[in-house]
Design a protein around this ligand. Structure first.
Ligand code: BES
Ligand code: MN
Ligand code: ZN
Length: 488
């Protein structure tokens, strides 16, 4: 989808915003006059009320320059916010994508509103067709270009730039999560990350020999049953002042989670292609930051492994020595995400001086039960960080909801044989998972964990802004968090 901003209309579809209960804009009224009142007639004779995203179409006579006019509901003025603007854009895209026309002009006077609507269109236009070989032309969208006609073109372009970058990040995260696990494994994933050097990111990939030297046996244990080599991906964006402590983003990158020897049931196991969603959020965020040249120092760390059952796989009962030196009794090989993250979190603290660490992981099924598909779970040792992430999530429509930590939960992880076990029992599964991670956070380090198992992908009925299986949750939230808290 090509998105532009100009001050003239020239596309076959011309769209106008109409407030709920409001009148035609000046531009719409002008067209209306030139086509004998066709637009006012459409208003009078249809159910169109100007509700958010609602649309009325008018076929224009040959005398008009455009072929089709669209009245696009903008909702009530008092309800207008970034979220509703994105939704309006997404609804417009969805309704016009298969119109048969390639280009669309939309009139939006205000520059920042124009940019938000454009982001809505961009997010709605995402597709993942790479593996469809038989799509006919009429199964593909005809719409290729959105042009927003606006008064201050420069201001609108300027406002769209960072949103466009964040949208790119979302696209990257969606692509990674949607990809099948035979094509996205730790090795191919690491190779993809290496290509991001092109954006000005400093990339380093560590393989099993190096991870072994670092003592990251917990993460290595998870990948032990896989024929693919486990990798740690390190992405640095040095856009801030030299010497400023970096914000650190950590992602769970389990490219496929069979459960290992504690094998998952077969039904729905294919969804575990998305178990690298936390890492995808981090990679997407790094792409967004680099694309918009963020003025902050940020490090992205992703632990890439595949959790397979195998003659050489870890067993329930095995005791792993993590990089921190703490020992872990594996009681369930399906609680593997925390085994990966604990070593990556250790790496973050050992090799950097984090201003704050945020990790993201599709960590527990329990968070899906608890919060469903509309909030990620937030766990943190720092109230201010909780506030920041909640606010950034709210601002970008990737919402998080804080859940508690506490020593009573922590003690559920005690093990008969080792320093801890990797499961806490039936109760409070998302909290005990977070407590497990907290055991690897040094005193004084600001840390937050986002359990995104319920939001990284959603099956079935979805909003137009989130059209594919993978939602691409994370990059927008993280990008906003960096922008609002680390860029002065
Ligand atoms: N990747 C899963 C969590 C998950 C479940 C993500 C459903 C998305 C949808 C994770 O590795 C896992 O298997 N967790 C177990 C932990 C349990 C064994 C303590 C779970 O949630 O059942
Ligand atoms: Mn698992
Ligand atoms: Zn998992």
């Amino acid at each position: 989808m090509k998105i532009t901003f100009t001050d003239v209309a020239k596309a076959p579809i011309t769209a106008f915003l109409v407030d709920q209960g409001g009148d035609l804009s000046a531009e719409a009224a002008e067209l209306d006059k030139s086509v004998d009142g066709l637009l006012t007639a459409a208003l009078a004779n249809s159910r169109f009320k100007g509700k958010e995203g609602q649309q009325a179409f008018v076929v224009l006579p040959n005398s008009a320059e455009a072929k089709r006019a669209v009245l696009l509901g903008a909702g009530r003025k008092k309800d207008r916010d970034d979220r509703s603007l994105e939704k309006i854009g997404a609804s417009l895209y969805k309704a016009q994508a298969n119109s048969g026309y390639k280009g669309l002009d939309l009139y939006v006077a205000d520059a920042s509103e124009a940019a938000r609507i454009a982001l809505g269109v961009k997010l709605a236009a995402y597709r993942f067709d790479d593996y469809k070989t038989k799509l006919k032309d009429d199964q593909l969208p005809s719409l290729e270009r959105l042009n927003i006609v606006t008064t201050d073109v420069k201001a609108a372009r300027q406002a769209f730039k960072p949103l466009d970058a964040a949208g790119e990040g979302t696209y990257v995260a969606r692509d990674l999560v949607n990809m099948p696990p035979n094509d996205l494994n730790p090795e191919t994933y690491a190779a993809k990350i290496e290509l991001l050097a092109e954006l000005g990111l400093e990339i380093e990939i560590l393989g099993e020999a190096e991870l072994k030297k670092l003592g990251m046996n917990s993460m290595l244990g998870v990948g032990q049953g896989s024929v693919k080599e486990s990798k740690l991906g390190i992405m640095k964006w040095n856009g801030g002042k030299a010497g400023d402590d970096p914000a650190i983003l950590v992602g769970k990158g389990v490219c496929f989670d069979t459960g290992g020897i504690s094998l998952k049931p077969g039904a729905g196991m294919e969804d575990m292609r998305g178990d690298m969603g936390g890492s995808a959020a981090v990679v997407g965020a790094m792409v967004a930051l680099a694309t918009r040249k963020a003025k902050a120092n940020v490090v992205g760390l992703v632990g890439l492994v595949e959790n397979m059952p195998d003659g050489d796989a870890i067993r329930p009962g095995d005791i792993l020595t993590s990089a921190s030196g703490q020992t872990i009794e594996v009681q369930n090989t399906d609680a593997e995400g925390r085994l990966v993250l604990c070593d990556v979190l250790w790496y973050a603290q050992e090799h950097f001086k984090p201003a704050a660490i945020v990790d993201l992981a599709t960590l527990t099924g329990a968070i899906v039960v608890g919060l469903g598909h509309h909030h990620a779970g937030l766990f943190t040792n720092d109230d201010k960080l909780a506030e920041q992430l909640t606010k950034s999530g709210q601002a970008e429509g990737e919402r998080v909801w804080r859940l508690p930590l506490g020593s009573e939960y922590d003690s559920l992880l005690n093990s008969k044989f080792a320093d801890m076990r990797n499961i806490g029992g039936r109760a409070a599964g998302s909290i005990t998972a977070a407590q497990f991670l907290k055991r690897f956070i040094n005193d004084g380090v600001k840390w937050a964990h986002l359990d995104i198992a319920g939001v990284a992908w959603v099956e079935g009925e979805k909003s137009p802004i989130d059209p594919s299986w993978a939602s691409g949750f994370g990059p927008r939230l993280l990008d906003r968090w960096v922008a609002d808290n680390f860029e002065g």
